[in-house]
Design a protein around this ligand. Structure first.
Ligand code: UFG
Length: 319
């Protein structure tokens, strides 16, 4: 297929673009490089440096779009909500308009567990209430809602994948390594690994008084290679007039302390930790039920072990 990958110079988008190229698709990456890296675009993909609001120029003849380009910092979204509504909702509506005009009827969307907010039960299933606790989650939920409406009205074939906590790195068939390298890093695993890399002295543990077994937040970590594979399945599962939503996690929760222990084991470094205030808006426990994508699309994580996720992230750092 001829496919457009928006945000394909970012962490997850570049891994998906690489897997699509490996699967024989003709891939165009559209990225404004506001947070992505041009050298993350896979060999064999065409790269266009532009915003999603300019997508019309590259949509002619495309069979589908995988849409990753977005603002994705929860904290920033609380400080600058307008930025998130403008980019994540406004930008996506412009993209959907351009797709309609070009007759491109298939989209796989990068959604998030943040659409659920503070869950009432665990693991979270797709029919659970969506009550986002920050503008980032709200803007992603608004896109999910729009996709449902566009499927009903215009026959769009859409799939939203709601990611939980993504980690690890991907080594492509040609040996090239795709890894997480955000300029502003807020995620736990890269922040922890920054200590043995000599980039910070200690890791902050945001809150030790949560109602969890060791008092730290519990999250569901999924390997980026497994997450990316789900996009290829989702692309095939797109059906005109339908909007499907799938959670993507490994189904097991690990606390911040457990992640720290695994990182210490993998790196052989003591990794000092300091207790810090709770980070506003962090739910205590976020664990996905991924049963729906397993039963409907036959997806199965190949790297469910947190140790593998951490080890792959660690091995991927150039040093
Ligand atoms: N944490 C720390 N110290 C750090 C970084 C994080 O203790 O230096 C804690 C956080 O407080 C949280 C856990 O580690 O309890 C995981 O935090 P991340 O920032 O790695 O991930 P989140 O669960 O906050 O966020 C991820 C995605 C978001 C998405 C969210 C949905 O990064 O984009 O999942 O649940 F919105």
């Amino acid at each position: 297929m001829k496919l457009l990958v928006t945000g394909g110079a970012g962490y997850i988008g570049s891994v998906v673009a690489a897997q699509l190229v490996e699967a024989g698709h003709q891939v165009t990456v559209l990225d404004d490089l506001s947070t992505g890296h041009a050298d993350a675009v896979p060999e064999g993909a065409r790269f266009v440096e532009a915003s999603i609001t300019e997508a019309a120029a590259v949509l002619d003849g495309m069979d589908g779009v995988l849409h990753f380009a977005a603002k994705s910092l929860v904290g920033e979204s609380v400080q600058k909500p307008a930025l998130y509504w403008e980019h994540n909702l406004g930008g996506t509506l412009a993209l959907l308009d351009a797709m309609r005009a070009a007759g491109v009827g298939r989209v796989v969307f990068s959604s998030t567990a943040a659409t659920y907010g503070e869950p009432e039960r665990s693991p979270i299933v797709e029919t659970d209430p969506t009550r986002p606790t920050n503008p980032y989650g709200a803007s992603k939920l608004a896109v999910d809602t729009a996709l449902g409406a566009f499927a009903g009205l215009y026959g769009l074939a859409a799939v939203s994948l709601r990611y939980f906590n993504v980690g690890g790195a991907y080594t492509a068939a040609d040996g090239r390594v795709y890894r997480e390298r955000h300029t502003v890093e807020t995620h736990l695993i890269p922040n922890v690994l920054a200590v043995p890399l000599g980039q910070r002295e200690a890791v902050s543990v945001f809150g030790t008084d949560y109602p969890t077994p060791d008092g730290t937040c519990v999250r569901d970590y999924i390997h980026v290679a497994d997450l990316a594979r789900a996009h290829l399945l989702a692309l095939d599962a797109c059906a005109p007039g339908e909007h499907k939503i799938y959670n993507l996690g490994s189904g097991t929760g690990f606390s911040v302390q457990e992640v720290l222990s695994v990182c210490r084991e993998v790196t052989g470094h003591e990794i000092p930790a300091v207790v810090a205030e709770r980070r506003p808006g962090d739910p205590a426990v976020l664990v996905a039920s991924s049963e729906k994508i397993k039963s409907e699309l036959g997806w199965k994580p190949e790297h469910p072990s947190l140790r593998d996720i951490v080890a792959d992230a660690w091995d991927a750092v150039p040093r």
